[in-house]
Ligand binder design. Structure first.
Ligand SMILES: Cc1cc2nc3c(=O)[nH]c(=O)nc-3n(C[C@H](O)[C@H](O)[C@H](O)COP(=O)(O)OP(=O)(O)OC[C@H]3O[C@@H](n4cnc5c(N)ncnc54)[C@H](O)[C@@H]3O)c2cc1C
Ligand SMILES: *[C@@H]1O[C@H](CO)[C@@H](O)[C@H](O)[C@H]1NC(C)=O
Length: 435
């Protein structure tokens, strides 16, 4: 029974013999901020680029569901990709935004200790940030920080003047425009449903998203087109791991397990004037940076994101290990889900009840937050490579040297600080892997 189910998955993602084949130069899968930045970089290098996204336009995924904070680079272990890309990416991002009139503001940030037990953690962050090359970090006494921010309550604070905010939609729009001016084509409503490695190249199975959405799970899903790029970057965000599993010929041992952590935001109702001028962050928690205050460029105040671990949506292997006695019917519905996951079935709803957890968290540093002030905002999902209670994992960027497939680069676990890092990731990929 299980074997049958597996075979039908294989069949379902295999392409029809008469699909059109086309050789192309570079393909970027995913038009999130990272994929777009990569496409622009390749275009600047004179390459012809095709960007495919399953959604009707660019930036509908995590790239428009985040805090829009330009991170300084404080939290990440020394010499990690996150530390390197965040510091370099921040510099490149500020420069890019200034030169291209992308709305942004270097408003600075305070990471606050709200009790004496948290002070050692603040000291650790200072040390870590300094090692990572973050300039201007300064420890403040509680009274100094509270003088800067009269609504704040804290015993000590770490000031990070390099932190800021950016309008991520304007950023993406600008990068897309630049890429399009240099021979990049964006193809939306276009889903990569799988592929295989043959000879020196990847063959990508491409389908119109509406066919993936309409697929009934019974017949095999046909791809209308096979693209054979010289260079391909899998930058599919939340779906990058699921997609890599459908690349026949890619060793499964190089594909790490996927975890997902939703983060919800609540906004401050009826506020004309923000209570804070800086970003305010508590000490980081397991899986996230803690429910913090962010301001957007319109002056709206939001609190979030929290951390809510959600089930993987498309890991058929782990599902089958867990439920191997279930009926064929259920397996078929999983297979359906598996492919449907390619399309987009992430749950971005904000559970209003989670506000109850936000009030006590926020009042630790903002005691005057009044009852009923929080309104549900939006949610984003972190593409994680480690689960609850496990230590954080670095970004994973795999080229031929790690998986043996020439011309393929996989990006896994591009969670925060992916927005800040985007231009630096693009620079790195072009310098290191472009052939
Ligand atoms: C709650 C939250 C807060 C965050 N806050 C910050 C922050 O303040 N600062 C910061 O620097 N970073 C932050 N991040 C991280 C940042 O948002 C991400 O790292 C970044 O947006 C990732 O961009 P991406 O292009 O890799 O992925 P995405 O934006 O998810 O783009 C992936 C794209 O791939 C497409 N796709 C998927 N599968 C397929 C397929 N099979 N075929 C074709 N297309 C496909 C999707 O439609 C999507 O458009 C935050 C993340 C979260 C979740
Ligand atoms: C993508 O699909 C949506 C919904 O099916 C449709 O409204 C839109 O016009 C399509 N966009 C493109 C660029 O094809």
């Amino acid at each position: 029974m299980l074997k049958q189910a597996f075979q039908s998955v294989k069949r379902a993602v295999t392409t029809s013999a008469n699909a059109a084949k086309e050789k192309v130069d570079c393909v970027v899968i995913g038009a999130g901020v990272v994929g777009i930045a990569i496409a622009r970089e390749l275009a600047l290098k004179g390459r012809e680029v095709l960007v495919l996204d399953s959604a009707p336009t660019f930036g509908t995924g995590t790239s428009s569901r985040n805090s829009e904070v330009i991170h300084a680079g404080i939290y990440y272990p020394q010499n990690s990709l996150k530390a390197m890309f965040c510091v370099r990416g921040r510099e490149l991002l500020y420069k890019y935004c200034s030169e291209h009139e992308v709305p942004h503001k270097q408003i600075g940030k305070l990471i606050v200790a709200t009790g004496p037990l948290e002070i050692p953690k603040l000291n650790k962050l200072l040390k870590c940030g300094t090692q990572n090359g973050v300039d201007g970090l300064r420890m403040l006494e509680g009274f100094e920080a509270m003088k800067m921010e009269p609504e704040l309550q804290c015993v000590k604070a770490l000031l990070s003047p390099a932190s800021g905010i950016v309008d991520s939609h304007s950023l993406m729009l600008s990068l897309v425009g630049e890429a399009e001016n240099r021979r990049t084509t964006f193809s939306y409503n276009t889903t990569v449903i799988g592929g295989h490695h043959q000879g020196n190249c990847m063959h990508l199975y491409v389908s119109e998203s509406k066919n993936v959405g309409n697929w009934n799970g019974q017949s095999s899903l046909q791809s209308e087109l096979i693209l054979i790029p010289r260079f391909v970057v899998n930058s599919a965000g939340l779906s990058a791991l699921a997609l890599a599993k459908r690349f026949v010929g890619l060793k499964s041992s190089v594909i790490p397990p996927a975890y997902y952590a939703r983060g919800c935001y609540f906004t401050l109702a009826n506020t004309k004037v923000s209570p804070f001028k800086h970003l305010i962050y508590p000490i980081p928690e397991d899986g996230g940076l803690g429910v913090h205050v962010t301001l957007d460029l319109d002056g709206q105040v939001k609190f979030g994101p929290d951390v809510e671990w959600i089930d993987g949506i498309d890991d058929i292997c782990s599902f089958m290990n867990k439920y191997s006695f279930f009926s064929l019917l259920i397996l078929f519905s999983v297979i359906y889900d598996l492919l449907h996951g390619l399309y987009s079935r992430f749950d971005y709803s904000v559970n209003v009840n989670r506000a109850e957890r936000f009030y006590p968290e926020i009042r630790k540093y903002y005691p005057k937050l009044s009852d009923g002030a929080l309104e549900p905002g939006y949610a984003g999902i972190r593409p994680k490579l480690s689960g609850p209670g496990q230590p954080p994992v670095d970004f994973v960027i795999q080229g031929e040297e790690s998986h043996g497939v020439p011309g393929l680069v996989n990006l896994f676990g591009i969670e925060s600080p992916g927005l800040t890092s985007s231009i630096a990731i693009a620079e790195y990929i072009a310098a290191r892997f472009l052939r």
